[in-house]
Design a protein around this ligand. Structure first.
Ligand SMILES: Cc1cc2nc3c(=O)[nH]c(=O)nc-3n(C[C@H](O)[C@H](O)[C@H](O)COP(=O)(O)OP(=O)(O)OC[C@H]3O[C@@H](n4cnc5c(N)ncnc54)[C@H](O)[C@@H]3O)c2cc1C
Length: 400
């Protein structure tokens, strides 16, 4: 079977890319290793920039039908003292809120829309196992579906298979991987009735929690522990973990006592970032987490993955018109350069926030307080936030 483009991975980057190409009448297939789109604790917050694009694509009514939580604010407090806040209403953009909703609903809506185009196919339960090559050029993929091997030939393979990308290895890409010196523990609790709107970061001394209101009526809560500290913290028992969190945010005591009965009710996450030096070979390009796995700070992974797809679209459609065989890697040089700038802008902002959260001595905690209060008052605050939340680089629009 032949396609013009094969996309490996039906996450936010791959599914959106599939829809965009389908709309451009490109003969495209998305391969997804899972048989359904259910995921938990992944990318539930979609930044306002991506919401804007989903609206433009006509996908938003399906999301409204399901329901979501509007995210209009991000706040940081040292216990009860406000350090920093951003209100999306004050940012210079027509889209004033992000949304929080289960990622499968968003993926399903993208898939359903794409399936209305006869040139789009979605192959579920299909794990890409290898690249087909003609010399050095990638000319398709091999995949397994129900224990059977298949081949799909194409002019371009787009790798969008997330943080554990196989195509990174198969394409011999150089990866700069950074393991964090802390692990993250996540859990979900029912949202207290009088809980305020917005994503909240609370710090206290050398500890902190991240609290995200989550659809329909939950809070997703994350807190760091020292690397390898999992065994130590588990030995102390779940009640001591509840104490640790509630010392920072006492309002979590009741919902945690009612819901977090054992470590089974929490999830431990290894945090790492990974950045590729190069994202493309002849006939192959990687986008989303496959090309750049971000820190979870400020929930930007989905936003950047979706922006990658939007920005890549014209390069692919023009390339398909100009080339009869595998699309050459240099077609994507400009795209990669521009996207790397945005990725590195977000990554360095995240890294500074990581350092702030990692403050351990009283002196570092005081510096954090001063820095965040200064940032809160800085004249460039909204400009920085606009670039983060909408992915808008100077003189650029995100029009579809
Ligand atoms: C705990 C946690 C919380 C997060 N919260 C947020 C948040 O609130 N907001 C936010 O913006 N980001 C968040 N992120 C990051 C976000 O989830 C990712 O950045 C985003 O999902 C990346 O999208 P993607 O399409 O590149 O990859 P993925 O979403 O990882 O999708 C990759 C897809 O490829 C499929 N696949 C993998 N290998 C193969 C193969 N060989 N063959 C076929 N298919 C394959 C996978 O099954 C998957 O469906 C979070 C991440 C973590 C870990």
């Amino acid at each position: 079977m032949n396609k013009e483009v094969v996309i490996v991975g039906g996450g936010p980057a791959g599914m959106l890319m599939g829809l965009l190409l389908a709309q451009e009448k490109v003969n495209v297939a998305v391969l997804e290793k899972n048989k359904d789109l259910s995921r938990d604790f992944r990318g539930e917050t979609i930044a306002p920039g991506s919401v804007y694009l989903l609206k433009k694509l006509g996908v938003f009514p399906a999301l409204e039908k399901h329901g979501f939580i509007k995210v209009r604010k991000i706040k940081m407090y040292d216990r009860e003292e406000k350090l920093f806040s951003v209100n999306f209403d004050e940012l210079d953009h027509p889209q004033k809120f992000g949304i929080d909703m289960p990622q499968p609903v968003v993926l399903e809506a993208l898939k359903e829309k794409a399936l209305t185009y006869p040139n789009f196919s979605y192959i579920e339960g299909a794990t890409c196992t290898d690249l087909i090559k003609d010399g050095e050029k990638v000319v398709g993929v091999r995949y397994k579906e129900s224990e059977q091997e298949f081949e799909l030939r194409s002019k371009l393979v787009i790798g969008a298979e997330g943080r554990y990308s196989r195509l990174q290895t198969l394409g011999n890409f150089q990866v700069q991987k950074k393991e964090f010196d802390r692990d993250l523990i996540w859990f979900k609790v029912p949202k207290p009735i009088d809980w305020e709107e917005g994503n909240l970061i609370k710090v206290y001394k050398n500890d902190h929690v991240i609290i995200l209101p989550t659809y329909p009526d939950y809070l997703r809560v994350g807190t760091y522990i020292s690397l390898g500290g999992n065994r130590e913290i588990k030995q102390k028992g779940i009640s001591s973990f509840i104490d640790k969190v509630c010392t920072i945010e006492p309002r979590l005591r009741k919902p945690m006592n009612e819901t977090i009965k054992s470590w089974e009710d929490t999830t431990l996450l290894k945090i790492f970032t990974a950045h590729l030096d190069n994202w493309a070979n002849d006939g192959l390009i990687l986008i989303g987490d496959s090309a750049h796995t971000m820190s979870p700070i400020l929930g930007q992974g989905v936003n950047i993955a979706m922006q990658d797809a939007f920005k890549l679209l014209p390069y692919v459609t023009n390339g398909l018109k100009e080339h009869s065989g595998a699309l050459p890697a240099d077609l994507f040089t400009d795209f990669i350069e521009k996207r790397k700038k945005q990725v590195s802008f977000v990554a360095s902002f995240q890294s500074r926030q990581e350092q702030n959260l990692a403050a351990s001595s009283p002196f570092q905690c005081t510096i954090r307080k001063v820095k965040m209060k200064l940032l809160d008052k800085a004249p460039f605050k909204n400009k920085v936030m606009r670039r983060l939340q909408y992915g808008i680089v100077e003189n650029e629009t995100m029009e579809v």
